[in-house]
Write a protein that binds this ligand. Structure first.
Ligand SMILES: Nc1ncnc2c1ncn2[C@@H]1O[C@H](COP(=O)(O)OP(=O)(O)OP(=O)(O)O)[C@@H](O)[C@H]1O
Length: 266
């Protein structure tokens, strides 16, 4: 039964994802509210990426249901979910290296419009499409790199390009998988600010991230997984003060000094 509350954009209802004998996600239930920036956190191997993949349809939920706007999308293929305005920005950045930064974004926008990469490429010559790409690059703060080839660019710029490509499909729900990984603290803070800004412009975001300092700074709510199970959810500071969550991160250490360092990096 769909028990989605009226402000819920996405509902994950008792979802299990099993790989052979391993339950990577086990009976997890949570809501993503329309307009919120939700942090999905947990130690390595907790099941975060698998949860994200179950939401986008890359892997199928073995049990449970996923609802978007109250509609059961559990059995829908990826392309239908994307058409329902979901976009995923992956951990690994994989732009096309032979075309410029702006063309990469225009291609993503074009693929969404035409559902054919070839036709999308032909559309690249259209001024409007490149103009949309430039606006998106502006939105993520890398318009100055528009004419460069991705192969020559630092990771911080490529991460932003990845976010711009995801935004090119005008998603209502944006799923970001470790966008801050590999960035120094200054770059991470700047990208976290950009993510927060995108959220403030009306895009609902699920953020998987190990950089707990930035997660605590920008997320409105947290969902915490450990060994595939949900062990906490709610307001970030309350969640991080929960003994079970602290124990998952600190391996059971109860020492306050150790606990106070928890927000720097998991
Ligand atoms: N396709 C797969 N086949 C088999 N096992 C998998 C598969 N994908 C993930 N797993 C396993 O499921 C568990 C959860 O992995 P997952 O990548 O979802 O965790 P995570 O929380 O994203 O971890 P990390 O923070 O290290 O990226 C791990 O034990 C992992 O080895």
């Amino acid at each position: 039964m769909n028990t989605t509350s009226h402000d819920s954009l996405l509902r994950v209802d008792n979802v299990t994802v099993q790989f052979g004998g391993l339950k990577a996600v086990s009976g997890v239930t949570f809501d993503v509210r329309k307009g919120e920036l939700l942090g999905l956190i947990g130690p390595n191997g907790a099941g975060k990426t698998t949860m994200m993949r179950a939401i986008t349809g890359v892997v199928r939920a073995t049990e449970g249901r996923i609802y978007l706007h109250g509609e059961d999308i559990t059995k829908q293929p990826i392309h239908k979910r994307i058409r329902k305005h979901m976009a995923l920005s992956q951990q690994l950045v994989r732009p096309l290296r032979q075309i410029t930064v702006a063309e990469n974004v225009a291609l993503a926008a074009g693929s969404q419009l035409t559902r054919s990469p070839l036709r999308a490429l032909m559309h690249l010559s259209q001024k409007e499409q490149l103009e949309i790409a430039l606006q998106l690059l502006d939105r993520v703060g890398i318009r100055d790199y528009a004419d460069q080839l991705p192969g020559t660019l630092p990771l911080g710029v490529l991460k932003r390009l990845e976010v711009a490509r995801a935004l090119a499909t005008s998603p209502e729900l944006l799923l970001l998988d470790e966008p801050l990984a590999g960035l120094n603290s200054k770059e991470a803070k700047a990208l976290a600010d950009t993510i927060q800004h995108i959220n403030q412009q009306g895009v609902t975001i699920i953020l998987i991230e190990h950089n707990l300092g930035e997660v605590m700074r920008i997320c409105q709510r947290l969902v915490v997984l450990d060994n595939g199970r949900l062990i906490g959810q709610g307001e970030p500071h309350a969640v991080m003060a929960d003994p079970q969550v602290r124990s998952a991160y600190l391996g059971g250490a109860q020492d306050e000094t150790a606990a106070s360092t928890e927000t720097s990096h998991a």
